[in-house]
Design a protein around this ligand. Structure first.
Ligand code: TRP
Length: 357
């Protein structure tokens, strides 16, 4: 009873040292407290915007760091119209896409959120350290309430608590996110602080967001590339699919033979992202001279795309041809992670007063 709702003088007595642990699970490799954690919702095909905005920055900052990267399939349920078959397909797609982009070769531990009930257990504990009014400020909840025809499901309201549980159970201190997620990390920090203060021990590290600064990639219609605008270029789509997308990039209407302002051309914009520097400067020259039309620029872009993602696309197709690949990738670290999360939850149960040891 004494411990409850300790006031700030008490907080000063909290030991500043954060508990870090490491385990060897079965014959699997050592799993230690990660430095960084990230989650990605399985919602459709990975596209160029995801690649440059999330995957590449993650692989970059993960050099020399320990990273947990998980498929946030529990979070995907807030889309209540998603069908089980689609969810399953999207989970497998993300796992293969990450593996193909090189997550498996580095020190990134990939897993599937729904395999670890320790996370949802912690979520319940954290619900007691969050107020309704805080949750009502959540941007996803606010957006959902704007739709006058639908009452939002409770999952949308509780989303930030599940996200906090994901982060806090891992012990990671850094969460790379887009600007829209910063608010959720603030809530996680708040929950960590409140819990620590309640139990009188600095158990949870207060996670910090690392905002991925890269400006959002444009889509084929010039707006931000996003699945909801249907303006994406899927990295792992079939050649036909990708070609069709590239050929439908919006352009101006300068007739063939006349100079085109390269700064205003979306096709040129995409070249600067994926074409070799020599090609880009050659194009710049030809745009100015009027010796290239939109169609040829798009054909060249398609070739650049296939070259740029050659290794990744090959690996992805190889993986997808394997039976049961989704389960294999999802469970790659299952034993070691179970030991790790069990230990974390064990400590939480003890601190909370559920168990004596
Ligand atoms: N909410 C994140 C998104 O929509 C996904 C996510 C869920 C996440 N849990 C997380 C991200 C934990 C980082 C850490 O993109």
């Amino acid at each position: 009873m004494k411990k409850k709702f300790s006031s700030s003088p008490k907080k000063k007595n909290i030991k500043r040292k954060v508990v870090k642990k490491s385990f060897r699970g079965g014959n699997q490799s050592l799993i230690t407290t990660p430095d960084i954690i990230t989650g990605i919702k399985p919602t459709g095909s990975i596209h160029l915007g995801n690649y440059f905005g999330a995957i590449l920055p993650l692989l970059k900052i993960s050099k020399g760091k320990k990273v947990f990267a998980f498929v946030a399939d529990l979070h995907a349920l807030t889309n209540t119209t998603i069908e089980p078959e689609t969810l399953q397909k999207d989970i497998t797609h993300i796992l293969c896409a990450w593996e193909a982009c090189g997550a498996g070769d580095s020190n990134v531990i990939v897993y599937r959120q729904s395999d670890y009930p320790q996370i949802t257990f912690l979520q319940w504990v954290l619900t007691q350290h969050t107020t309704l009014s805080t949750l009502q400020l959540g941007h996803a909840y606010k957006d959902a309430t704007m739709n006058k025809h639908q009452t939002p499901v409770l999952g949308v309201l509780l989303y930030p608590i599940l996200m906090s549980a994901d982060i806090l159970i891992s012990g990671a201190g850094i969460v790379p996110v887009g600007q829209d997620q910063v608010q959720h990390i603030e809530m996680a920090r708040d929950m960590a602080r409140k819990y620590n203060s309640w139990v009188g021990k600095n158990y949870f590290i207060e996670p910090k967001s690392h905002v991925v600064e890269s400006e959002a990639l444009k889509g084929i219609d010039g707006r931000k590339m996003s699945k909801s605008y249907n303006n994406t270029i899927p990295i792992f789509g079939s050649e036909e699919e990708v070609r069709k997308k590239i050929m439908s990039i919006q352009t101006g209407s300068v007739p063939l033979g006349k100079p085109i302002q390269h700064e205003d051309c979306l096709v040129f914009y995409f070249h600067t992202k994926i074409s070799p520097a020599e090609l880009v400067s050659d194009l710049r020259r030809r745009y100015a001279k009027g010796s290239i039309g939109y169609r040829e620029a798009k054909e060249l872009l398609f070739e650049s795309f296939l070259k740029y993602f050659k290794k990744e696309r090959m690996k992805y197709n190889e993986l997808m041809a394997q039976k049961n690949i989704g389960e294999l990738l999802a469970k790659k670290h299952y034993n070691a992670l179970t030991v790790y999360f069990d230990d974390r939850l064990g400590s939480i149960k003890k601190l909370t007063g559920f168990s004596a040891t």
